[in-house]
Design a protein around this ligand. Sequence first.
Ligand SMILES: *Cc1c(COP(=O)(O)O)cnc(C)c1O
Length: 356
Amino acid sequence: MPSHSHGPVIDLRSDTVTRPTPAMRQAMASAEVGDDVLGDDPTVIALQERIAQLMGKEAACFMPSGTMANQCAIRAHTEPGDEIIAHGDSHIIHYETGGPAALSGVMVCPLSGAAGIFDAPDVEHAVRGNDCHSPHSRLLIVENTHNRGGGSVWPIEQIQRVTSAAKKHGLRTHLDGARVWNACAATGLKPADYARHFDTLSCCFSKGLGAPVGSAVCGDKATIVRVHRFRKMFGGAMRQSGIIAAAALHALEHHRERLVDDHANARRLADMLREIPGISTPLAVQTNMVFFDLAPKLGTAANFAARLHQRGVWMLATAPQRMRAVCHLDVDRNMIERACEVARELAGADTPVGAR
Ligand SMILES: *Cc1c(COP(=O)(O)O)cnc(C)c1O
């Protein structure tokens, strides 16, 4: 863990910053491996079987990143000139470098809706008629939990409604479930309860679950054959990848139950931050993410982030006055409270009597 003159760094930039635990490193060190491009790495095979089973799908394909997982799924479902329907704040639009256009030659029709969530009439309205002028509406993508929506959780009934609307019009459906584990921890639903509404889903092992690398795409056999082909085309086929698959397997078995702790820490963090004059939390904390806004008197988010960083508290500025902090495996309750104290000091607020 990096340290700092004020003690260990409290890194709240993302849940991707976690270091593998000693037990995870042990699992990696002792992993049996083969050559996954030749199809005989037993640990990758075991991971793919395990994740497919957890999701209630026929097959799965291990991926180097969540971005590649989404992009291979998009490529597998579409042809150039097709259109995807997704929320305008979605990860595939903002953080995947224009991948849908560059790699699949598709357009994205952006929907609006609070916290990254839309409903069936929005889908109905976006689906295009079948004439020679229009792109083909081909694929609906739902992101759960929703990153830019503040780690928001889709109500399962609403997932059922939007995917039914899509299917009625012959669209395929994909869940960007990078943080579907957090949705499960928040609702008590099983991953398969979400997955059953979609043709394919991607999920990430290197965020809340704490593995160093890796994601997966799950779906029916025929679609996963295509996903696997595009993974190769995009340069993501790996050799002795059992080493990292072992970390993902370990994370699946050992790090899912504890996600509720991250959610409790995030609520605590938001509660403490909200008490600081000039700080507000515009998005409800539903999972492990906290977004907070700074009043102009506290300076810009970039400046606040830089001052926090000097004091060993790392967060991201995501807009001129907006900051993001994410709770994860490597931050405990004490670190959360320490981070708030530092924020309080920087904001020039007195420590409340009860907290002295
Ligand atoms: C992080 C993330 C991804 C994938 O990101 P990688 O950094 O490529 O692993 C995809 N979708 C969402 C919603 C994410 O938060």
